[in-house]
Write a protein that binds this ligand. Sequence first.
Ligand SMILES: NC(=O)c1ccc[n+]([C@@H]2O[C@H](COP(=O)([O-])OP(=O)(O)OC[C@H]3O[C@@H](n4cnc5c(N)ncnc54)[C@H](OP(=O)(O)O)[C@@H]3O)[C@@H](O)[C@H]2O)c1
Length: 343
Amino acid sequence: MGSALRIGVMGAGAIGCYVGGCLAAEGADVVFVGRERTKKELEASGLVLSDLHGNTGRVVSKDRIGVFTKASALADCDVVLCCVKSAQTAEVGAELAEVLAPGTIVASLQNGVRNADVLRESLGKHIVLGGIVGFNVVSKGAGTLRRATSGPLVLERAFDDPRIDALVALLAAARLDPSLVADIRPLQYSKLVMNLNNAAGALSDRPTVELLSVEGYRRILRAVMAEALAVLRAAKIPTGRLGPLPTRMLPFLLGLPAPLFRVLASAQIKIDPSARSSMWEDISKNRPTEVDYLNGEIVRAAAECGARAPLNERIVELVHEAERAQRGSPALSPEALWSALNE
Ligand SMILES: NC(=O)c1ccc[n+]([C@@H]2O[C@H](COP(=O)([O-])OP(=O)(O)OC[C@H]3O[C@@H](n4cnc5c(N)ncnc54)[C@H](OP(=O)(O)O)[C@@H]3O)[C@@H](O)[C@H]2O)c1
């Protein structure tokens, strides 16, 4: 493909390596910043990317990949994709502020609703765009990554800038289904509501497909999402639509009888059996999770508008208990999870 745009990935993990890798596989100029272990892994194996749509064999060979461990490697980038977990955003924002030229575009490809604002606090001389990765990526080790669900990649069109259009053209050529929206907030809240599933995946140790196929887990997801949507309504925070159905319809979808649910859910999102939330991966690897930025965001919104979110509050507690226990997922059955949520 080739392009004058130099793209940096800050945080070479599942999303950074997948999105950056798809761009690099199409010939874009991409430079990755990650940890020493990732640098070693990518320099030994390169990247091998596949997706549930049957695209296989997208490869970035190890001699074509530039991986560094310091943000200074991104100094001459036109666009930087911020792909770290939410707890690391402030630190990374400060690192980028030290090295990026004023006016560089920094796009947050993170979950949660605050990361772009956190970046803006350090990157006042730069252009920060909110973004949403609507699909799941599973890391299989040795540079092998699989996109395991359908879903768009959305960026905020903060204002007209030819670099934003050039980035979108590269993302489209890399088959990442990009779109630009003037107001990203409602879609960020839609993604937040969908991400409330992540904790159930982490606490149950079930892949997403299994979680959705077991009625007892669907009942939990439905209750947690319905609570969140009621809080957002009370707080006058609108949601949007990240698939054919508006987000406010998701509890209704989850409550349908199984055969009808299967048909309508597959129109909403395609899910590969390998799909697992990144919160599941964090719990399995005994790492801190993003639960405070997902279910915790609903708890905060409730507190701010005088509402309550007891199910989401319990989810936050249960995930923190699992983090503290350092024994991976507690693998709760639907019955055990339901009763833990209602204790
Ligand atoms: N995975 C998905 O399917 C998915 C889908 C949509 C959105 N998201 C969102 O995308 C964001 C990234 O998720 P992810 O799953 O890609 O996370 P990840 O696999 O943990 O990747 C982030 C990587 O960045 C590294 N990192 C953090 N701070 C760094 C620094 N200062 N310098 C160099 N490297 C640094 C991390 O290393 P350490 O682990 O050592 O800190 C980690 O390797 C999250 O907000 C997530 O919610 C994920």
